[in-house]
Design a binder for this molecule. Structure first.
Ligand code: PMP
Length: 418
């Protein structure tokens, strides 16, 4: 009998048969509130009617208009629509399928454009599972172990993870920037450094927002030394944090922006955006791929951008994020096993700790399982899987937030009593 790989284990026992908005329906007849959104992918909710209609129409018109062979209309439209939401100056796009591929495209561009070998990565960052992206990933050894040698030229520098250091954000930021200068003085000389890559909010690493001073400090070093600032907005982009792009919280623009996940509401699509002048420095033949910018995915992405604009989903993410966060903080205040609540917009997390303050993955796992019993689907993150995260679709409303919080309250009670 053929089976799925034992390593492809699901975080919940749910067999999903249908999705609608913020809900998934299991083959057990139950309706689940989905605060995982396919790991932050179904931005407009499951099967938004406008996304479904656009995809259905495209399926009957052209499925695969291979984009290094022919141009197609959905791709043309998407490039034009993305121009309306991208930061000023990032006017050239390369599109591909997954976050990892887009991260690697950003790295390739940075190395080719600067002629420099090294990339600085922030400790705790997650950038993907393909070898170059895994080499840049430092959010857990599970993503890196056992298939060395990894790619060379990756240099790790601290991220202002205040809670883990046990400092306030200002102290953690000062430390991270001081260490960055030390790294540039001792490990990766500026002339060897092509880029620094950062997530506006550490994702898989535990949902830790960067700080304004940290991101400004990265921008300042990049400008001073002529290396590039790459923002990995794979998880934080497309409205997730209550701004269209996560980096808008910090008022600092990148040289290369990486996007994926929420862009096409569930169809595989990713890309990088950079100034045309920079993109021209990529070497001929370095950008392409069989499936990139699939016509159905592009049509779904255009519909996704329309829905986000028309239904004011960025504003909704901001408002619903505040409501959800207030509820999470109230639960945390009454729960000694919760050490921290943090995040931005609808990218929120609760970190579990033992009585002596160490990471507590067992309690996090118990709470996550208890939440499924309560009809609420959640995922873990963090180096120890000690953090429970909430990333509902951007269409989530007050009723669903409150229902989620009721289920969360019960799950925390059940999971922390054991
Ligand atoms: N970068 C970030 C910030 C991510 O969160 C992820 C996926 N969790 C990736 C890159 C990799 O994306 P993918 O799984 O589509 O390759």
């Amino acid at each position: 009998m053929t089976e799925l790989s034992p390593h492809l284990r699901q975080a919940t026992p749910v067999v999903a048969v249908r999705g609608e908005g913020v809900h998934l329906y299991g083959d057990d007849g139950r309706r689940y509130l989905d605060f995982t959104a396919g790991i932050g992918v179904t931005s407009t909710g499951h099967c938004h009617p406008k996304v479904v209609a656009a995809a259905q129409e495209q399926v009957g018109t052209l499925i695969h208009g291979q984009y290094t062979t022919v141009m197609h209309q959905p791709l043309r439209r998407l490039v034009s629509r993305l121009g309306e939401v991208l930061p000023a100056g990032l006017d050239s796009l390369f599109l591909t399928n997954s976050g990892s591929e887009a991260v690697e495209a950003a790295l390739r561009l940075a190395r080719q454009a600067t002629g420099r070998p090294n990339v600085l990565v922030c400790h705790g960052g997650f950038h993907g599972r393909t070898v170059a992206a895994a080499s840049m990933t430092t959010s857990g050894t599970r993503f890196r172990s056992g298939f060395s040698p990894l790619m060379g030229g990756v240099v790790v520098t601290p991220f202002p993870t205040a809670f883990r250091y046990g400092w306030d954000e200002e102290t953690a930021t000062r430390f991270a920037l001081r260490e960055l200068d030390y790294v540039l003085q001792t490990i990766s000389a500026p002339d060897d450094t092509a880029a620094v890559i950062v997530e506006p909010v550490l994702g898989e690493g535990g949902y830790v927002p960067a700080t304004r001073d940290f991101v400004e400090g990265l921008r300042e070093r990049a400008d001073r030394y002529g290396f590039l600032l790459i923002m990995d907005e794979v998880q934080t982009g497309v409205g997730r944090t209550g701004r269209f792009w996560g980096h808008e919280h910090f008022g600092v623009a990148p040289d290369i922006l990486v996007t994926a996940k929420g862009l096409a509401s569930g169809f595989p699509l990713s890309g990088i955006a950079a100034p045309d002048e920079l993109m021209r420095k990529a070497w001929p033949g370095s950008q392409g791929g069989t499936y990139g910018a699939n016509a159905v995915a592009c049509a779904a992405a255009v519909a996704t951008l329309d829905v986000i604009r028309d239904e004011k989903l960025v504003e909704n993410a901001d408002a619903m994020g505040l409501r959800l966060r207030a509820g999470l903080e109230a639960v945390a205040a009454a729960t000694p096993a919760i050490g921290d609540v943090r995040g931005l917009g609808l990218m929120l997390a609760t970190e579990f700790v033992t009585p002596d303050g160490a990471p507590d993955p067992e309690t996090a796992a118990r709470v996550q399982r208890a939440a499924v019993d309560e009809g609420l689907l959640l995922l873990l993150c963090g180096a120890w899987n000690q953090v429970v995260r909430m990333i509902p679709a951007l269409v989530v409303d007050e009723g669903a937030v409150d229902a989620g919080l009721r289920a969360w309250t019960a799950a925390v009670r059940a999971g922390t009593q054991a």
